[in-house]
Ligand binder design. Sequence first.
Ligand SMILES: *Cc1c(COP(=O)(O)O)cnc(C)c1O
Length: 396
Amino acid sequence: MQPFTGTFTQQEPIPESAIAAAVEVMRGGRLHRYNTEPGEIAPATQLEEAFATYQGARYCLACASGGYALSVSLRAAGVRPGDKVLTNGFTLAPVPGAIAAVGAEPVLVEITRDLVIDLDHLARRIEETGARVLMLSHMRGHLVDMDALTALTDAQGVTLIEDCAHTMGAKWDGRPSGGFGLAGCFSTQTYKHINSGEGGLLTSDDPEFMARAIMMSGSYMLYERHRAAPPPETFRDIRLETPNMSGRMDNLRAAILLPQLEMLDTNAARWNARHDAIVERLTGVNGLYLPHRPAKEAYVASSIQFLAPAFSPEDCERFVARLGAVGVELKWFGAAAPVAFTSNHHSWRYVPAQDLPMTDTLLATLFDMRLPLTFSVEDCQHIADLIAAEMGGGRV
Ligand SMILES: *Cc1c(COP(=O)(O)O)cnc(C)c1O
């Protein structure tokens, strides 16, 4: 078989319509979101309205990054230093980092072999720790049974904040991810579903929460220029008691995101065609486990994960090296030292060490591959064939 020659980190170019919109913003010189002419609606404001509509959310705030959206949501939810905040034991470092940023303490929860939070362990951790906030990470785009999850958090009085960095455009039973709790936090960083280099979006239906988040983001006394926002009365008291922790999005980023938002559902289908082509070829390959995707989950699979449960660490290393030699770039989450990014709780030393035997066992043989839209469906079939061949080609 021929080696694969594509680049796993190469995204598609920014669409021409977005480039034109960016040039227009630059020609006007008004890059700051509050630098508007009379009657002008800034691109940042337009983006907030468009994304709130897309999500079916009442309010939206455009931020400097996804990580900022996460930390500001904790602050606006009233999390105080020393509070305990529950989160998945398998997520990307910005999630425990956002909890640490507000001086709170991450309480890590086990995951299942389908890479979602373990609801039994979550229930136990809520009882043991008394934590009242869950920052649920839809890591690698896998949605937990949101009916069961919200039944548990509602019954226990736990506030839910969703990390939707990998689920922009995804739905559970027809309802957009990010709309199940107090807030949804999204990223528009280059490796997510719409690309402005850096950026974040925060959605909520709660007026007081959103008024606080808007003040914190650095709206000065200009909050009335926001449109996907609660009415000015909501800000009356909040505006003077809420510190400014600047983290605004600028008009240039917003301008290039607006046309991309219109393409999101089309691109979601393109990602899924690539993902599903690989799943089809790897299903039944001896020695591989592919996470189960429930019927209620409408995913946006910009990456793919699988486990090789019988592999030793040496097998995993050899597997990554041999596939790397034929151009297939796999991320292995079981490596002792973090490579490129950290999703293993043992490398978050600012978090009190926690015992997560199930998560450790799963991460030990978990592999991940990005699926940029610059790959064709045929490229993905080629990649899957190389992986299947490396597994010996046997089928169950
Ligand atoms: C990327 C990412 C974030 C944060 O996004 P940034 O915009 O890079 O700050 C949060 N959670 C997960 C799971 C991510 O992958």
